[in-house]
Design a protein around this ligand. Structure first.
Ligand SMILES: Nc1ncnc2c1ncn2[C@@H]1O[C@H](COP(=O)(O)OP(=O)(O)OP(=O)(O)O)[C@@H](O)[C@H]1O
Ligand SMILES: [Mg+2]
Length: 248
């Protein structure tokens, strides 16, 4: 049995207790390598017979596209920004994440409330207001924090050619140009994530390593966790798993 609980106030109509699945979160600032790791982790888990659901911000049916549209127009008030992200997560929890957890899936979340809180704080919202806002989120079982100092992040992001308006905090005038703004805004996000790491028991991983080395570390920790937390495949999945194993 899972040990699911909400981080703060619950969604009263959505009991999360007793879910068989597990929620694993990959946190880290923009461009740090979360997607690269999530894809590899998903593949590895699936090969072992686990059912995996992957999720990430703006993937809700309700407001995912609306957030993308609002960001295109560069016209999103800083509080509306946090409220829209909260709506996106609430919708995904209700229709995707909690149903998957109830069915025994491993849910891999590419970013979770910690990014949303860090971004909200970087936009001047009150820390307590943000924590309360996101109190409806279920607590992850494992939260990995891919950590990279801003000096190591900049070349990685420049190499992938993805320094954009929002990831540079340009809406908040963090700097005169995109580059300066990126450095100042990302430094703030990293500082906020660092501050949450201990309180929320993040498992911090040095993201300066090669992707394969990071992946080995993640797989070892996930493997150990699934073993020691007595995760059990639901009977239907266990049956399929047994069938897919070589005979003899
Ligand atoms: N460990 C690593 N070392 C060097 N480069 C990396 C590493 N991991 C990923 N990259 C490269 O950095 C870029 C960003 O990687 P990725 O898309 O996985 O990051 P992300 O955290 O998901 O980014 P975003 O915030 O845009 O979603 C890609 O070009 C990827 O190939
Ligand atoms: Mg990504």
């Amino acid at each position: 049995m899972g040990t699911f609980h909400y981080l703060g106030h619950k969604m009263p109509y959505l009991p999360a207790e007793g879910c068989a699945g597990r929620l694993i979160v990959l946190e880290g600032t923009d461009g740090v390598g979360r997607s690269t790791q999530t894809i590899m982790l998903k593949e590895w888990l699936e090969v072992q017979g686990y059912a995996v659901h992957d999720t990430g911000w703006t993937r809700s049916k309700l407001v995912g596209q609306a957030i993308t549209d609002a960001k295109m127009g560069h016209s999103l008030h800083r509080l509306t920004y946090s409220l829209m992200y909260a709506t996106d997560l609430a919708d995904r929890l209700e229709y995707q994440i909690i149903p998957a957890l109830r069915s025994g899936f491993i849910v891999l979340a590419d970013r979770y409330i910690y990014t949303a809180i860090a971004r909200g704080i970087a936009r001047g919202a009150e820390r307590d207001w943000l924590r309360d806002l996101f109190g409806f989120a279920v607590a992850p079982d494992l939260t990995f924090y891919l950590r990279l100092a801003v000096k190591d992040l900049v070349p990685r992001v420049l190499a992938s050619g993805k320094m954009n308006y929002w990831e540079s905090g340009m809406d908040m005038n963090y700097g005169d140009d995109l580059y300066d703004s990126f450095v100042a805004y990302q430094s703030e996000l990293i500082e906020q994530l660092d501050a949450m790491a201990e309180e929320y028991q993040f498992l911090t991983v040095d993201a300066r390593q090669e992707p394969q080395a990071i992946q080995r570390q993640l797989r070892r920790m996930v493997g150990d966790y699934l073993h020691t937390s007595a995760y059990q495949l639901p009977p239907e999945l266990a049956e399929i798993h047994a069938l897919s194993k070589p005979m003899g």
